[in-house]
Design a binder for this molecule. Structure first.
Ligand SMILES: Cc1cc2nc3c(=O)[nH]c(=O)nc-3n(C[C@H](O)[C@H](O)[C@H](O)COP(=O)(O)OP(=O)(O)OC[C@H]3O[C@@H](n4cnc5c(N)ncnc54)[C@H](O)[C@@H]3O)c2cc1C
Length: 510
């Protein structure tokens, strides 16, 4: 018997396969010419969610010889990351950085720009073009690797069975499968008293589509996403105030680096209200937003009226409506799916696995991808694993801030006797030549063994350079290993070498 309900069969479909040429069924399967829909065939793996965790897992599983179907409700692949996260935000960060450079730095290089202006619509069009190119590229990768793509809402009805409500009212399908991988990602966390309308009071998604530069903007939450989106609009001319409940921005960042970073953002025009709780946001008759705030520890309220408010107080796992609670899949009260600690990514229900933003750990695209690969490698009987101690995190502001491993504070908390080496970009010839020399590189090592425990870079292209430290840490390297590795001159990476030299002994150029 077919694994797909009859309702899904296109009229005239033969050999148990869905005809992909007959409307409306074809669209439901997400693209013509894909691997044949799994009519009559049990799948080895059904992945729910086509984000970086899910689509990478699906491709890898197919490469390992599995029959794979990926179910995605959005209508495009790539998940939060490609559609409303990493990629569109970086597109706007790049465009706004170019504008900022043209306005503030070009002249000192002798580059004269007259009548400089911003065409926000064109900036958005450029961003949308990048997103479209990349999301359709994943469809191409599915086709190339033989992954079946089903557009619709997936729900686990029992282990081994996924029910799909197909998009565009195209009916429903029941997929039989040996294994199910939940990769449904995350959604914006709500803030009580602040109703997002995605026009005036926006989440990160709305902040990626504003039609004009706000005069004044408040960013609620001083984390990576808030600071990145705040940077975009600040560079384009908005006066940005970050309101943060805690006594610090980006609490996961190394303390020394964070202080330097906050100074840099302040110099760029950011204002910070720390230890402050937003109580409510109200859109007034003139279209502006009145924010009511109070000290985090309690006390008198204050008000502020701005044009746009970005709510950026974190993200929550997207696990409701998936049928998981009914099946007894263990989740914590925030909806984070609990997985076995044996590296299999299996939940407490056999045959149901979970990866990415729905499971514990940092909500990062590359972490989701690594988990997807490790999970399906294990399913294929191979030895996939992840080193959670070496997951880089990057804030794509300018300067960028990138880190891997432990912060100095964490090293001390964990009882290490630490040694550290820092090197400022002011002493790096390439950074000086580029007139882009803000920031530093910092290595923290175990004073007894010289093993690298953490690396932190604030500076131009920090997000690229951090991978040298990550690779070194994967191989259990010491700071001496990096210090004795010949680095090309003149490069920004020489600052990495010099910081390692400083940790091991002494830097040359500082
Ligand atoms: C503004 C912003 C910027 C970011 N920048 C970065 C960055 O620079 N670097 C970085 O590493 N991370 C970044 N992130 C985080 C990153 O996007 C996520 O960590 C990553 O996308 C998680 O991948 P995932 O596969 O677990 O889930 P997601 O990417 O969220 O994908 C899950 C998919 O599942 C689908 N889905 C959900 N439920 C169902 C269902 N029942 N049936 C079918 N489909 C379903 C959703 O539509 C979604 O497409 C950013 C996030 C935001 C919001």
């Amino acid at each position: 018997m077919s694994m797909i309900s009859r309702a899904l069969r296109a009229p005239g479909a033969s050999r148990g396969l869905v005809s992909v040429s007959v409307s409306p069924w074809a669209g439901a399967w997400g693209g013509r010419g894909f691997a044949a829909a799994p009519g009559g065939e049990e799948q080895d793996l059904v992945v729910i969610g086509g984000g970086p965790g899910g689509y990478v897992a699906a491709i890898k599983a197919a490469q390992l010889g599995m029959k794979v179907t990926c179910v995605e409700k959005r209508g495009t692949l790539g998940g939060t990351c490609l559609n409303v996260g990493c990629i569109p935000s970086k597109a706007l960060l790049h465009s706004s950085h170019m504008y900022h450079m043209a306005k503030h730095s070009f002249a000192s290089h002798g580059v004269v720009v007259e009548n400089l202006g911003i065409d926000v619509a064109q900036m958005m069009a450029g961003k949308d073009k990048s997103v479209k190119g990349l999301t359709t590229g994943i469809e191409g990768l599915f086709k190339k690797n033989g992954v079946t793509y089903v557009k619709g809402w997936g729900k686990v009805t029992k282990a081994g069975e996924v029910h799909v409500d197909l998009n565009d009212g195209a009916g429903a399908a029941t997929l039989k499968t040996k294994n199910i991988l939940v990769a449904t990602g995350s959604d914006v966390a709500k803030l009580p008293g602040v109703a997002v309308d995605e026009t005036t009071i926006v989440s990160s998604t709305g902040a990626l589509t504003l039609s004009k530069v706000p005069g004044e903007m408040v960013v609620i939450g001083g984390g990576y996403i808030g600071l990145e989106m705040g940077s975009v609009w600040s560079r384009l001319g908005a006066k940005v105030t970050v309101v943060e409940f805690l006594d610090r921005i980006v609490p996961t960042m190394d303390g020394e680096v964070r202080k330097t970073f906050q100074r840099s953002l302040t110099k760029q025009g950011f204002k910070f209200k720390l230890n402050t709780a937003v109580k409510s946001a109200e859109i007034q008759a003139d279209g502006r937003v009145k924010l009511t705030m109070a000290p985090a520890a309690g006390g008198d309220t204050s008000e502020m009226v701005v044009d746009t408010v970005l709510v950026s107080t974190g993200r929550v796992p997207y696990t409701e409506g998936l049928g998981l609670r009914e099946l007894g899949v263990e989740m914590d009260k925030r909806g984070v799916i609990q997985i076995k600690q044996d590296g299999s990514f299996e939940t407490n229900v056999p045959g149901i696995f979970a990866i990415g933003d729905v499971v514990p750990g940092p909500m990062l695209a590359h972490k989701a991808e690594e988990e997807g690969i490790a999970c399906v490698e294990r399913l294929a009987g191979k030895g996939g694993h992840i080193n959670y101690n070496v997951i880089p995190s990057i804030c794509y502001t300018h300067p960028e801030v990138a880190s891997v491993g432990l912060t100095e504070e964490q090293c001390i908390e964990q009882g290490f006797t630490v040694k550290k080496g820092t090197f400022p970009f002011m002493a790096n010839s390439r950074a000086r030549t580029n007139d882009d020399a803000e920031g530093l590189v910092k290595f923290i090592t175990d004073a007894n063994t010289d093993k690298i425990l953490g690396a932190h870079i604030m500076g131009p292209s920090a997000g690229e350079m951090i991978h040298e430290a990550a690779l070194a840490m994967e191989y259990g390297a010491s700071s001496e290993d990096i210090a004795r590795t010949c680095h090309g001159h003149p490069t920004l990476s020489e600052a990495v070498k010099e910081a390692a030299m400083a940790a091991h002994g002494k830097a040359i150029h500082f």
